[in-house]
Design a protein around this ligand. Structure first.
Ligand SMILES: [Zn+2]
Length: 363
C-alpha cells in the first residue's frame, strides 16, 4: 500500500471559487470554535477529544452559524479532526500549541468524507456541495482517493488529491523506457544544475536572477502603500505572485531534470552537499539559494527510491572535482575559475563538471 499525493491547479468559475472560500471560512470557524472549547476544557482539567468537540459543535452550529447549512459539513468535521491531531501532537511534545486561524492566514479545507467520497473524472473533480470543477491536468495515478485538500495560494485554487493502493506500474502515462540503463554520476552546480557522467547536462534557470528587478519593484510598491489599505493588499498579492512565479520555474526545471535522469539510470552517484557551509560564502550564497540544490537532490532521491534505483552518496570530503577521472591523480588545488580539468600526470583533459560526475559515478 502506498499513498501518493498530487496537487492540481483548479479552473473554477466565479461561483465555485466563492463557494470554496466559504468552505475554507467554515473550516476556520469550526477550528477556532474547537480550539476555544479545548482551552476551556484544559482550564477545567478536562481533556476534550475531537469527538467531544465535534458533538458540541454540531449541537450549536445551525444556531450560531446558520449560513453553514448550505455548505458541506465535511469542512468543519475535518477541521475539528485536524485540531484533535494538533493537540495530540502538542501533548507528545511534537509541535507547539495550536493557534487560532485568522482570515489573512492559509485559506484551505479538507473536502472529503473518508475513502472514496470524492470523485475525479478526467480533468474534473466533484467537490461536495459545489459540484464538478475543472482541473488543469488529469490525476496521474489510479486507485482509491483517500483525501482531498482544497487550498488557495496567490489567488489560485488547488486540490491536493491523495490516492491509495497502487502498484509501481499503474502510472497512467507510461514513461519512455530506456533499454540501456546505466549507472550515472551527477555533479550539481550553480551554472549547470546537473552534469551527468553520460554527458547529459541540465541547465539551471536561476529565476531569481531573472526576476530580481521585478521583485525589487514589487517590494518597493508594497512599501509605499499604507498598510491594510486596498492598494496595499493589491501590491501584496502582486509581490507574492512574483515569488510564486520564481518558485514555479525552479520547481519545474528540477522535476524535468530529475525525471529524465531516473529514467536513464540503473544506479546514481551524487556528492554530499554541505549547503550550510556553502551559504557562509556570501558571494555564493545568493546564487546557491536561487538554485535550491537541496530541493533538486531531494526530488532526485525520492524518484529514484520509488523506482528502486540505488543512490550512492559520496563521503563528505570526497574530492570529486580535484581528482582525475582517468588516472586517479589528485590535484592539490583547483580554483573555481578553472572550467577545464587538466591532469598533470596523464595529460587527460575534460570539462571540470563532467570530470567530477565521472568520479561520482557508482561502479
Ligand atoms: Zn590523470
Amino acid at each position: 500500500m502506498a499513498l501518493r499525493t498530487q496537487k492540481i491547479a483548479l479552473n473554477p468559475n466565479k461561483k465555485q471559487s466563492t463557494q470554496m472560500s466559504q468552505h475554507a471560512g467554515y473550516a476556520r470557524v469550526a477550528f477556532n470554535f474547537g480550539l476555544s472549547s479545548f482551552k476551556v476544557g484544559l482550564d477545567q482539567d478536562e481533556w476534550r477529544s475531537h469527538v467531544d468537540i465535534k458533538r458540541e459543535f454540531n449541537a450549536v452550529k445551525y444556531d450560531k452559524f446558520d449560513w453553514c447549512k448550505d455548505l458541506s459539513q465535511n469542512a468543519s468535521k475535518n477541521a475539528i479532526h485536524n485540531l484533535g491531531d494538533a493537540v495530540t501532537r502538542w501533548k507528545k511534545g511534537q509541535n507547539k500549541f495550536p493557534v487560532y486561524k485568522n482570515r489573512s492566514g492559509k485559506c484551505s479545507y479538507q473536502a472529503d468524507n473518508g475513502y472514496g467520497t470524492v470523485e475525479v473524472h478526467k480533468k474534473r473533480i466533484n467537490l461536495p456541495k459545489i459540484g464538478w470543477i475543472r482541473m488543469r491536468e488529469e490525476l496521474r495515478w489510479t486507485g482509491e482517493i483517500t483525501k482531498v485538500v482544497v487550498s488557495k495560494h496567490n489567488d489560485k485554487w488547488y486540490a491536493s488529491i491523495t490516492v491509495r493502493r497502487l502498484d509501481s506500474n499503474n502510472y497512467k502515462h507510461q514513461p519512455v523506457l530506456f533499454d540501456d540503463k546505466q549507472p550515472i554520476g551527477i555533479d550539481v552546480g550553480i551554472n549547470t544544475l546537473a552534469t551527468c557522467s553520460n554527458g547529459d547536462t541540465y541547465d539551471n534557470p536561476r529565476p531569481l536572477k531573472r526576476y530580481e528587478r521585478k521583485l525589487a519593484r514589487a517590494n518597493r510598491r508594497l512599501s509605499r502603500r499604507q498598510k491594510g489599505s486596498q492598494n496595499w493588499y493589491k501590491a501584496k498579492s502582486m509581490l507574492s505572485s512574483v515569488h510564486a512565479r520564481i518558485a514555479n520555474i525552479r520547481e519545474d526545471a528540477h522535476h524535468q531534470a530529475t525525471i529524465r535522469i531516473v529514467r536513464k539510470a540503473s544506479a546514481i552517484g551524487i556528492e554530499t552537499l554541505k549547503v550550510t557551509n556553502m551559504l557562509k560564502n556570501r558571494k555564493l550564497a545568493k546564487a546557491l539559494s536561487d538554485s535550491a540544490l537541496g530541493g533538486f537532490l531531494s526530488k532526485l532521491k525520492y524518484k529514484a527510491d520509488r523506482r528502486g534505483i540505488p543512490i550512492d552518496e559520496a563521503p563528505q570530503f570526497f574530492a570529486s572535482s580535484k581528482t582525475c577521472s582517468n588516472c586517479g591523480h589528485k590535484k592539490a588545488d583547483l580554483t573555481l575559475s578553472e572550467r577545464t580539468y587538466h591532469c598533470s600526470e596523464c595529460g587527460f583533459e575534460c570539462d571540470r563538471d563532467l570530470n567530477a560526475a565521472i568520479n561520482l559515478c557508482p561502479a
